[in-house]
Ligand binder design. Structure first.
Ligand SMILES: [Zn+2]
Length: 120
C-alpha cells in the first residue's frame, strides 16, 4: 500500500519544502497498488473526475486537490517527495496517530515497545 500525504499549505515547490510532519501534512489517500511510487501521482489527479472515484484508491478526505510538487507518498516505510519530474526519497519518517492514546507519533520515536506515549 502507498499512503499519500498532502501539504496543508502547499507551496508547490516555491521555496523550502515544508518538513514532513503532522503539522504540515495530512493523510489524504491509501492506494491499493504498490507496483511503483509513480502510481501515487497518477491515481490522485483530478482529471475528468475526482480521484476519489478511482479504483484502488481509498480517499481519507472527501474533497481533495490533485497531488502535486511538494506532497509526500510513503511506500514500504520510505517517504518520497513529489518533484517536478517524478519522486525523490527523503530522509524523513512517517507519523501516525496512536490508536490507544490518540497522540500523533513520529515513526522515529517508535521502539520495540510501540508508542512511546503509552509505554513507561
Ligand atoms: Zn500511544
Amino acid at each position: 500500500m502507498i499512503k499519500v500525504y498532502h501539504a496543508i499549505k502547499p507551496n508547490f515547490g516555491m521555496g523550502e519544502h515544508p518538513e514532513f510532519n503532522e503539522t504540515n501534512f495530512e493523510l489524504v489517500a491509501e492506494i491499493n497498488d504498490d507496483s511503483s511510487i509513480s502510481s501515487a501521482f497518477t491515481m490522485t489527479q483530478n482529471l475528468d473526475r475526482a480521484w476519489k472515484h478511482n479504483a484502488g484508491v481509498k480517499a481519507i478526505k472527501q474533497e481533495c486537490r490533485s497531488t502535486s510538487v511538494g506532497d509526500v507518498a510513503v511506500k514500504d516505510g520510505k517517504a518520497h517527495r513529489c518533484e517536478m519530474f517524478g519522486w525523490s526519497e527523503i530522509d524523513q519518517k512517517e507519523y501516525f496517530t496512536c490508536e490507544d492514546c490518540g497522540t500523533k507519533v513520529n515513526m522515529n520515536e517508535v521502539t520495540d515497545d510501540g508508542c512511546p506515549h503509552c509505554t513507561g
